[in-house]
Write a protein that binds this ligand. Structure first.
Ligand SMILES: [Zn+2]
Length: 328
């Protein structure tokens, strides 16, 4: 026991990981103190208690799910004729009802990728754009079954008081219909507003970012958030992530605002450059990581390495890390 405490303390001192805002008590999702950034954001009142909604840009709303440990964020981006819903969240509450409170325009859905925490409400919508990848098609066809997602609704993972009607015993992600396949570089027209889809595989095979060039906005999905940025789950391609973060970092000079898909809805574009540098340093062997299994907090990330930086962190698959760095 003492050895564990000593190890944890040393780990905290060495990595500063224990100052990372991600570090939380697992049973505190009902009275969770919001991350500092939220104090400066303009909250929009709605009737859906599960979500917190913030106006975070020119006709951009962040729909945050702060009572589940994923802290996932979906975005509504509104043009003159249509609205684009970038992700549909955990599927624990009805996001389509929330969207109706925010816009009366027709809504098109695009997912930052088809991990379960971003497609939970897809089945509520008729118009869904998607990349044509086997991974996307599989997730659309089968959804994510209860055994895979059941840990999202344990007492430690979310605040049930905020969602008394939820059926945790049957919680699963429903399959959905893709209405149109789109390629990398596709431009979505919302009427007076254009959004460009950028394929950024790595975190997931079908990961995309969304660029609003006119406003200087980039919706990063899970390619960038405070983290730990997961690069260890099934379908992760560490080498591809390196290319994708390099592609986004090149955009930084023309950007004004990043909108990540977890934790906090606003980030500075310079973070993309910092993440690229950090990732390259890891690949070049210039930074020491920690075996996730040796940490109390990230032991769930089997065979992954944990790397902490100022403002973000990574969990990276050990084998892919070794293979990718050897090839450099
Ligand atoms: Zn995610």
């Amino acid at each position: 026991m003492k050895a564990t405490i000593l190890l944890t303390t040393l780990f905290c001192i060495i990595t500063m990981a224990c100052n990372n805002p991600q570090t939380r008590q697992p049973d505190s999702w009902c009275n969770q103190k919001p991350r500092a950034q939220f104090a400066n954001l303009k909250e929009v009142p709605t009737t859906r208690a599960w979500f917190k909604v913030y106006k975070v840009g020119d006709n951009v709303w962040a729909m945050v799910e702060p009572y589940n440990y994923q802290e996932v964020i979906s975005y509504l981006i509104v043009g003159k004729e249509k609205a684009l819903l970038f992700d549909t969240g955990m599927g624990l509450d009805t996001i389509s009802a929330l969207v109706k409170e925010l816009t009366s325009l027709p809504v098109v859905v695009l997912n930052s990728h088809t991990h379960y925490d971003h497609i939970g409400g897809n089945a509520e919508f008729d118009s869904i754009l998607a990349l044509n990848t086997p991974y996307t098609i599989h997730n659309a066809q089968f959804g994510w079954a209860h055994p895979v997602v059941k840990d999202e609704v344990t007492p430690a993972a979310f605040c049930r008081e905020k969602l008394p009607q939820v059926d945790t015993a049957n919680y699963h992600i429903r399959p959905f219909n893709i209405s149109r396949f789109i390629p990398d570089g596709y431009k979505i027209q919302l009427g007076g507003r254009e959004l460009e889809v950028l394929a950024v595989p790595g975190h997931a095979p079908d990961a995309v970012a969304l660029l609003d060039k006119q406003n200087g906005y980039l919706f990063t999905g899970d390619t960038f958030y405070e983290g730990p940025i997961y690069l260890f789950a099934e379908g992760t391609d560490v080498k591809a992530y390196g290319q994708s973060i390099a592609k986004l970092a090149l955009l930084a000079p023309q950007l004004k605002q990043l909108y990540p898909a977890h934790n906090t809805p606003l980030a500075q574009p310079a973070q993309l450059v910092a993440v690229k540098k950090a990732f390259d340093d890891i690949m070049d062997g210039n930074v020491n990581g920690f075996d996730a299994a040796a940490t109390a907090e990230y032991a769930f990330a089997k065979d992954a390495m944990f790397f902490a930086f100022r403002g973000f962190s990574f969990l990276i698959d050990g084998q892919q890390l070794e293979a990718a760095s050897l090839k450099k």
